[in-house]
Design a protein around this ligand. Structure first.
Ligand SMILES: Nc1ncnc2c1ncn2[C@@H]1O[C@H](COP(=O)(O)OP(=O)(O)O)[C@@H](O)[C@H]1O
Ligand SMILES: [Mg+2]
Length: 238
């Protein structure tokens, strides 16, 4: 059996005349944390959208768990264990964290189990003790973690995070990195899409660098950080 959970094969995405993705090939291994970085306009968000199924590649394939999902709608990928947390959080501000979690849990679990499951998810993302607080009283970081909680409520195999540390304080950023490592240690494969090198430095994970819609470099974080060519595209294009 292959140890690859997700693979992009020669993916192109053209918007009008703009080549957002230009022959991107990239594999994500089962069980890893994988960071995808690149300067603005490199194609990160477009890649993310083709992975989750909200955009279709112009040509090329997305293979998930050995199956060609290129044309599979997003909700069907979700049912196969692929979950996503978008950058913009959408929580019900007047409801508590627990109540927010009821929404995704209701899809898969009997009513009687939901409160206990919601409490467990809340604890898993480090929010035990905030059960009864309306979400608008949570800090920005806590709202981000709750939003990760919503994405993991259905126990996904693969979690995609879009800039999970955007707008967070230094301490919240460190806690977010801990949370990601913790989820990964429980068996979840995690892909982190990120512009900022600072955050992924703390994850020290295998990293792919996108540039002009292609894979520009790939390796362990330290190799990537030491790569002169990578430094050059960041300085030139950021
Ligand atoms: N919906 C769209 N329509 C036209 N051009 C787009 C669209 N989305 C992205 N692009 C272009 O594709 C390129 C890659 O964009 P994007 O994937 O957002 O890069 P990144 O997330 O790395 O900053 C950019 O040149 C961007 O302007
Ligand atoms: Mg982007």
């Amino acid at each position: 059996m292959s140890d690859v959970i997700l693979e992009a094969r020669d993916v192109h995405k053209v918007y009008g005349g703009v080549r957002a993705l230009n022959g991107l090939s990239l594999s994500i291994r089962q069980g890893e944390i994988h960071c995808v970085v690149g300067p603005n306009g490199a194609g990160k968000s477009t890649f993310f959208k083709t992975l989750i199924g909200v955009e279709r590649p112009t040509t090329g394939q997305i293979i998930y768990k050995g199956e060609d999902v290129t044309r599979l709608p997003a909700f069907r990928r979700a049912r196969r264990g692929l979950s996503v947390k978008f950058q913009n959080i959408s929580l019900f501000a007047e409801l508590t964290g627990l109540q927010n979690l009821f929404v995704p849990l209701r899809r898969n679990h009997p009513k009687s189990e939901i409160p206990a499951r919601a409490a467990a998810v809340l604890a898993r993302v480090g929010l035990a003790g905030t059960e009864d607080l309306p979400v608008r009283y949570l800090s920005h970081g806590q709202q981000q973690w709750l939003s990760i909680g919503l994405s993991i409520a259905a126990d996904p195999d693969l979690l995609l995070l879009d800039e999970p540390a955007a707008g967070l304080s230094v301490e919240e950023t460190a806690r977010t990195a801990d949370l990601i490592r913790h989820l990964n240690a429980s068996g979840m494969t995690v892909i982190v899409i990120e512009h900022d090198m600072g955050f992924i430095r703390s994850l020290r994970a295998r990293t792919s660098v996108l540039h002009y819609g292609r894979l520009f470099a790939q390796g362990e974080f330290d190799e990537i950080a030491a790569n002169e060519e990578v430094r050059r595209i960041y300085l030139g294009a950021a």
